[in-house]
Design a protein. Structure first.
Length: 239
């Protein structure tokens, strides 16, 4: 495993379980001893069957889930930060500057145009509104979202249309680490190929990517490393 000093993100002995409050507080172990490191310019893929814990790993790396133990070491502003023990304000700072995330679902924003939803992350990083909207328009065009929809709120869109806005929003910035949770799940073949091209461009820009792809063809096209999550599974019994 690449040393934490050189890797954009390193996971060491990460452990996670869930408390089943409706089952009398029973503890359900999910993951134990998760270890891997991401490489700049490479796409690592989390492999394993449904329920193995792939999405749980992504959510811990983004700070949506807290880990029970272990370390998530991320290179941030020239230093190493352990996300497991980072204060909430620092986690938000890392999301803004260092770790990007594309989920399976777009958080619909009422009355905000799709173009502005896609442009917002770039504006938050200091770009002008005009620059951000221009870049968002380029991405939405590449993703074949019809231009008449750009000025409409994506809450009214189909699932596939919403996902294209979501992808544009996730790929618009230059975060050095990018997490992808089934980005092509709702897309047709043509737009899946667009996403593959976007991933390749990120790799050429030395972005470290970690993704989940249930589409075997997409996975084969983008994966440089496959991480078998079943190696880290805990017994599904009460602790």
């Amino acid at each position: 495993m690449t040393s934490p000093e050189n890797a954009p993100l390193t996971v060491i002995d990460l452990t996670k379980g869930f408390t089943m409050h409706l089952r009398g507080g029973m503890r359900l172990p999910v993951l134990s001893g998760v270890r891997f490191a991401l490489q700049a310019g490479a796409c690592s893929v989390l492999g394993g069957p449904s329920g193995a814990g792939k999405s749980t790993i992504l959510r811990m790396l983004y700070g949506n889930y807290g880990a029970d133990d272990g370390q998530i070491l991320v290179r941030h502003r020239g230093g190493l930060v352990d996300l497991v023990r980072a204060a909430p304000r620092l986690v938000l700072e890392i999301r803004a500057d260092t770790i990007g995330y594309v989920s399976q679902f777009l958080r619909a924003v009422p009355r905000v145009a799709a173009l502005d939803v896609a442009a917002e992350p770039l504006v938050l990083r200091g770009a002008s509104q005009a620059e951000a909207r221009e870049r968002a328009a380029e991405l939405l065009s590449r993703l074949n979202l019809p231009e008449p929809l750009w000025d409409l709120p994506p809450a009214t869109f189909s699932g596939g249309e919403q996902q294209r806005v979501n992808i544009a929003r996730g790929f618009i910035t230059d975060h050095p680490v990018l997490l992808l949770d089934e980005p092509t799940a709702s897309l047709d073949a043509a737009n899946r190929e667009v996403v593959v091209s976007l991933i390749r461009e990120k790799k050429k820009a030395d972005v470290a990517i970690l993704g989940i792809f249930h589409d075997a063809d997409v996975r084969a096209e983008v994966a440089d490393v496959t991480i078998d999550v079943t190696r880290f599974g805990s017994e599904r019994t009460a602790a």
